[in-house]
Write a protein that binds this ligand. Structure first.
Ligand SMILES: [Zn+2]
Length: 412
């Protein structure tokens, strides 16, 4: 099956020579071809070029993209899409004056989601999560990572990871699974958090590995959650099972989580709302991708990651949604790209690079996703008629997407 897209106003994020990730100044460049064509053969990007150099191609289907832009799908490297129920009551509580931490201390927050998850059947969780996944695919997400972390018991964590596995089986886009048993300390372990770490490391982790339910390991390294010491223990244990770290650090406090992540060769360190100069220095020259989650900052009214400082220091940066029921009930990558421009002062080029190729890197998908490159999977967005790609983050409440393709197939 050959599909030919012609008269594309602009084909963007075209990388003739594949790149793994982009850092610092490199992120300012977003290569593209104006008045372009794109050939999709089966589920791969086969070829592309300028319209005036298009030779006769015998295609099964030709799509006229006059006035429209094609760009690679968003790569959302940090989500908690699998969960049960919602927490809109806490949303109202926060409006009425309670802080995220106060709500957590009252048994709300992550523990509230854990309670609901325990009471919901695996099939029901799957149905709720599949609906959310379909919603984000329609919003242009073509690769996604999903974490456990609302089980907080052996049964609950394995249940969540099995739901992720089922999503992997039933949907075309790549889905990466992360074990986040160390997301919060369950109420019954409040007086003895070490016993909970022991349960995660000695009981749950071996089963996750044995049943091949996750590729990555995560921990919420934060005051009131898990310490740097816990982080070292968990990441060392996970390494034996081949699980690479992608960890929650520096959301409210800088306690040394970044340094710990780097010592364990973390694929990514995520959140980074609070960054010290030392954290930035520590990240330099490493293979760890910093990941910012601006829609979480928006929802919680907390600081945004200091993107400019990181980029000016030459670091790479990826953008993701953090889609979850407590702090970011939205999986809209278009909004994330807008917020990165509006609130983090990233240029549209930097934000699009961060949400595509660097997001792919943070899921080890750079070879197959994140750019328009021959041989890569044909996961891309066809926009409506828009004046330029800068219009995407600029018109922040508008859905500029006309169609989404995953592996060359139009998402209906
Ligand atoms: Zn998160």
């Amino acid at each position: 099956m050959k599909q030919l897209f012609i008269n594309i106003k602009e084909l963007i994020q075209v990388r003739e020579k594949p790149v793994e990730k982009l850092s610092g100044k490199e992120m300012k460049e977003l290569p593209g071809i104006k008045n372009a064509w794109l050939l999709v053969k089966d589920h791969k990007i086969a070829d592309y070029g300028e319209m005036n150099a298009l030779s006769e191609i015998d295609a099964d289907k030709t799509i006229d993209a006059t006035g429209k832009i094609i760009l690679p799908s968003w790569c959302d490297s940090h989500t908690h899409i699998v969960y049960a129920g919602n927490r809109e009551q806490e949303f109202a509580d926060r409006i009425n004056g309670l802080s995220y931490e106060e709500i957590a201390n009252r048994g709300g927050g992550i523990l509230n989601s854990a309670k609901t998850l325990a009471e919901t059947s695996e099939e029901d969780i799957y149905q709720q999560s599949a609906k959310r996944l379909e919603e984000v695919i329609k919003l242009g997400t073509g690769a996604v990572e999903i974490k456990s972390g609302y089980g907080l018991t052996e049964e609950g964590e394995l249940k969540m990871l099995r739901v992720i596995k089922k999503l992997q089986k039933n949907y075309e886009l790549p889905i990466k699974a992360t074990f986040l048993g160390a997301h919060a300390i369950p109420k019954e372990y409040k007086k003895d958090p070490d016993a909970y770490m022991k349960l995660v490391i000695e009981e749950i982790l071996p089963k996750v590995a044995e049943q091949n339910l996750a590729e990555y390991i995560d921990i919420f390294c934060e005051k009131g959650y898990f310490s740097v010491d816990d982080t070292h223990k968990l990441l060392s244990a996970a390494k034996k099972y081949g699980l690479k770290p992608k960890i929650h650090v520096n959301q409210f406090n800088a306690i040394g989580g970044i340094k710990a992540g780097i010592e364990h060769n973390a694929l990514s360190v995520d959140h980074l709302e609070v960054m010290t100069q030392e954290d930035i220095e520590t990240l330099k020259g490493t293979s760890t991708m910093p990941v910012a989650l601006p829609s979480c900052s928006l929802f919680l009214s907390i600081p945004y990651s200091p993107a400019r400082e990181m980029l000016n220091a030459g670091l790479p940066l990826a953008l993701a949604t953090d889609f979850n029921p407590g702090s970011t009930p939205s999986g809209n990558m278009n909004l994330v790209v807008s917020l990165a421009c509006i609130k983090m002062k990233m240029t549209p080029e930097e934000a699009i690079n961060a949400a595509t190729i660097n997001g792919a890197y943070a899921m080890e998908l750079s070879e197959t996703h994140g750019s328009i490159t021959k041989g890569k999977n044909a996961n891309f967005i066809l926009t409506k008629e828009i004046p330029s790609y800068t219009f995407l983050p600029y018109a922040f409440g508008t859905n500029s997407i006309e169609a989404v393709y995953i592996n060359g197939k139009l998402v209906e």
